[in-house]
Ligand binder design. Structure first.
Ligand code: KIV
Length: 305
């Protein structure tokens, strides 16, 4: 079993220019497969609101949703560093609530760190969490919990003043003790400049090639959605949605045509069993009544062969 990374090893990866791979996961099989594939960090993102729960935004995601999904991920990925998102308004309103909610995610969910969206305005919360022993990943650029404030899912840092604000936010988070920062939908030069200025690793999503690591949403990487909307910043590595739909269509067809279950999927009694023999009213496994002897074709009026 490999050793779980730590915030120190992630920092070392930046120093050694060893790119950090991050993927979201939300349940046992996705986390297990991610760990087996060698992912460095799993993020239980509040994107689960969009890709698993079917919400339009991440805003309805609750702390209980995050804890429920983080527990499943933690059961599956015992050797992977797990970061869990703090959902909308579970931090920032009061210091006490921020600490209590982060503690809940760590204790009940089993994450090794939490992620918060925001820059300089949440730096004091980050400081308090770090002081309490909770590792914090920052998240700036496009922050989906503020989608209505930002006026949509737009690329950030296009104007000089926005680029400067992003850099100031990143420096404030680093000074507050964040161990890493996600840069989402940030122009490549700005993300690269931030990555060079910081000593902690940046993890990009739609932020170009100059970050210290990359994060993708599990369902984007695999096109596990219907309909799937292509995104410029995503590279998809498989079309699982089409594969799953096709497989289910085949199953439906097999059930309707009697091709499933087939001989290899059914259980037969021991021929010597007197119980089953009497149950069937004759030789075990040999239906002898007209009802028992009916083929699937006769039962459903569907041709079997
Ligand atoms: O919730 C999430 O999945 C995220 C990533 C997109 C970084 O925050």
């Amino acid at each position: 079993m490999r050793k779980r990374l730590t915030i120190n090893s992630l920092q070392k990866m930046k120093q050694e220019r060893n790119a950090i791979s991050v993927l979201t996961a939300y349940d046992y099989p996705s986390a297990k497969l991610a760990e087996e594939a060698g992912i460095d960090v799993i993020l239980v993102g509040d994107s689960l609101g969009n890709v698993v729960l079917g919400y339009e935004t991440t805003i309805p995601v609750t702390i209980d949703d995050i804890i429920y999904h983080t527990r499943a991920v933690a059961r599956a990925a015992a050797s992977t560093f797990i970061v869990a998102d703090m959902p909308f308004m579970t931090y920032g309103a009061s210091r006490e609530a921020t600490l209590t909610n982060a503690a809940k995610i760590m204790q009940q969910g089993g994450a090794q760190a939490v992620k918060l969206e925001g820059g300089a305005e949440i730096a004091d919360d980050v400081k308090a969490l770090v002081k309490a022993g909770i590792p914090v990943m920052g998240h700036i650029g496009l922050t989906p919990q503020s989608v209505h404030q930002l006026g949509g899912y737009k690329v950030q840092g296009k104007l000089d003043k926005d680029a400067q604000r992003l850099l100031d936010d990143a420096l404030a988070l680093e000074a507050a003790g964040a161990f890493s920062i996600v840069l989402e939908l940030v122009t490549e030069p700005v993300a690269e400049a931030i990555s060079q200025k910081l000593t902690i690793p940046t993890i990009g999503i739609g932020a170009g090639r100059g970050c210290d690591g990359q994060v993708l949403v599990y369902h984007d990487l695999l096109q596990y959605a219907s309909p799937y909307f292509e995104k410029k910043f995503v590279k998809t590595y498989a079309d699982i949605g089409t594969t799953i739909r096709g497989a289910i269509e085949s199953y439906v067809n097999d059930v309707k045509t009697g091709q499933f279950p087939a001989e290899e999927h059914v259980f037969q009694p021991h021929t010597s069993s007197s119980t089953t023999s009497s149950l069937y009213g004759g030789a075990a496994g040999q239906p002898n009544s007209p009802e028992q002897g009916r083929s699937h074709e006769q039962k459903n009026g569907v041709p079997v062969k």
